[in-house]
Design a protein around this ligand. Structure first.
Ligand code: AMP
Length: 297
């Protein structure tokens, strides 16, 4: 199988209590591709500006970058954010859409034919334009508070056309105006998808379908340096695993959780770039061991 991802490819300026980076490679599609490429061929779709110098990094582990469009005279998407001591919340100080302002996605034949599609966080109408070109049998998506606030109807229309929605718990509550996470997830299932994943930051993630509720804690790290990209890295592990193991949602949750835990140990893409498959397997095994219930009654 192969996985097509559309979403931001960015330069990020980030400050956390543990340090800062002026301009590091980021973006939702970037973090997703670096994680999903451990499991399957990834095809990245999105625009970059003339200032983009990280095409080789984007192509790590064989990801296909043929549909990464370099826009003459354009500037790569730029995001500036800052975290306080509560690393679960952050403040966006600047977002410069740059080449995304006029992005009109056109998927190549190879990207259309990928069996799996991930619509990373981007304007919901652009997500839908990509979804309509794709022949994927399984489509997952992410979004963010900004689109819930300014493009809710378009977002709900996009959700209606996918199989799996991956949002953080606050976004699920904001989207449905339901304070209870299970009820909120059920309302999203009623919009069309068959799977909802609620990311809960340092507290883990939950998976909700019509028949099942499954929850995993985050991997218990003692050092978290930069959470940027954790959600997209989780999605890359989750969707990447599903590409090879369709329907194996519980293991997919463990791979998403393990990948995200590595991502937050260092700034941006730094840790996942050096990561090995053995390190991932080791953490997945540990997650399995620490969540096993040895009940005797
Ligand atoms: P995450 O921490 O998983 O939510 O993802 C963070 C990444 O999302 C950063 O690398 C940013 O470049 C990117 N990002 C931030 N704001 C936006 C936005 N409005 N649209 C698309 N991508 C964004």
């Amino acid at each position: 199988m192969s996985v097509t991802v559309v979403g931001s490819i960015a330069y990020d300026r980030v400050k956390t209590p543990f340090g800062e980076r002026e301009r590091m490679l980021g973006g939702a599609a970037t973090h997703f591709a670096l994680a999903a490429s451990f499991f399957d061929e990834v095809r990245v779709v999105g625009p970059v500006g003339e200032d983009f110098t990280d095409m080789e990094v984007l192509a790590t582990r064989g990801s296909n970058v043929d549909d990464v469009e370099r826009v003459a005279g354009g500037e790569t998407f730029f995001w500036h954010g800052e975290y306080g001591w509560d690393l679960n919340s952050r403040e966006t100080l600047d977002t410069r859409l740059g080449v995304f302002e006029s992005f009109d996605p056109k998927l190549s034949e190879g990207s259309r034919q990928a069996e799996i599609l991930f619509l990373a966080n981007i304007q919901p109408d652009v997500q839908r334009a990509v979804r309509e070109q794709s022949q994927a049998g399984f489509v997952a998506m992410d979004s963010m508070n900004l689109w819930i606030e300014i493009a809710r109807d378009s977002l709900v229309a996009t959700i209606a056309g996918v199989d799996c929605v991956i949002l953080n718990d606050a976004e699920l509550r904001q989207l449905t105006e339901k304070p209870n996470l299970v009820s909120a997830a059920r309302e999203v299932l009623a919009m069309g998808p068959s799977v909802v994943v609620a990311k809960q930051g340092e507290y883990g993630a939950a998976l909700i379908t019509a028949e099942e509720f499954f929850s995993l804690p985050a991997y218990p790290l003692e050092t978290v340096v930069d959470p940027t990209g954790a959600g997209d890295t989780f999605a890359g592990g989750f969707v990447g695993w599903l590409a090879r193991n369709p329907g194996d949602y519980r293991a997919a949750m463990a791979y998403g959780t393990a990948l995200a835990s590595f991502n937050v140990e260092e700034f941006g893409t730094e840790r996942v770039l050096r990561l090995t498959r053995e390190e991932i397997e080791d953490r997945v095994q540990q997650l399995g061991a620490m969540t096993r219930l040895a009940l005797t009654v």
